[in-house]
Design a protein around this ligand. Sequence first.
Ligand code: KG4
Ligand code: ZN
Length: 396
Amino acid sequence: MRILAIETSCDETGISIIETEKTTPFEEVKVLANTLLSQASLHAEYGGIFPSLARREHSKNIIPLLVQALTSAGLAHPLPSPRILEEKEEDTLALILKKEMRLSAMFHSDILALETPPIDAIAVTKGPGLEPALWVGINTAQALGALWNVPIIPINHMEGHIVVALLTPFTPKTYRLTPLVYPSLALLISGGHTELVLARGMGDYEILGQTRDDAVGEAFDKVARMLGLPYPGGPEISKLAETAPVAKIPPYPLPRPMLKTDDFDFSFAGLKTAVLYTLKNIINPTQEDKASIAKEFEDSVTEILITKTLNAAVEYKVKEIILGGGVTANKKIREAFQKMVADKLPDVKLFIPARDLSTDNALMIGIAGLIRFNETANDIVAEGHLRLAERIDVNF
Ligand code: KG4
Ligand code: ZN
């Protein structure tokens, strides 16, 4: 079985093609292609993501990226002469791509020039994310589905972040997908989300806690900006923090908001403001001052994430913990979770995605598509605020 996956929820255009074989209890996943084009440097000028720019860039890049993915998968075979569509097919394509002039032109010039590839389904991100950006992926998937006569699987981007952590490298181009053991707990930390999610079964989610204001990644990005670092700020803060002088007591202590509250919610806006005031109170902060602040910020975030996750894991007696989302790429956070689980939850299995699969990519959408293979749909609509589940009120 082969799945083509498309991701355009934010500022990365991603296309992947996977091939699978069931080898119980694992599923072996061969990655035929995994292409990614980041717009981060373009958005950096604005200090964050600019939705209409994201949409324009996805529209410009998605077809060339798709052709590149098909080529690297060995599935791009040029036809002797381009496929001529019947009137009905032209009408369908025109309807799907009515708001996508550039895409429509590229479909005709590039996609109709190729043989229909042996793809069994197309998985595409339906949400959450920036709606203008999501639509580019969805329209592309629906147009391809109509042309190639293959079903579409709508995917929740956050579920993609969960399931990609279950991949373990097997050979250079294959992974093994380990099934989850329930109940398990996912901590999702990205640019737009900070959620603690309890999974009682596949797709059976409960949101135990979430941020009340900024997402962790957003806080990293905003604090980076205050420190004069470029977007995306997460990796930059990390690098700067590593250069901080060793100090028993941090020279610029920062708060740990909501660390001790009786719930699983988070709040990072106050921490961000505390960084702002700390910086304002230093006349001409040196590079060393900034590094100390970056380190203390990272320490504060890490401590909060660890404490809340540990509390939820104990409360719900989970068997596994999964980390997901771009902030999972953070070295300090990864190491702190490994240590916490080894010390405090020795019977719990921890899944952390490979660093290059932590941030947005299309492979994660393909894996979610593999798991939800039977859940195909027509007329998919972008949902910017799509949720994994409704949150439940918890107090312990
Ligand atoms: O999951 P993701 O790629 O996109 C969203 O779905 O939002 O997450 C992007 C976020 C950005 O805020 C970025 O600054 C953060 O992940 N990030 C990091 C690191 N790498 C990326 N945050 C902390 N440390 C990192 N190494
Ligand atoms: Zn993401």
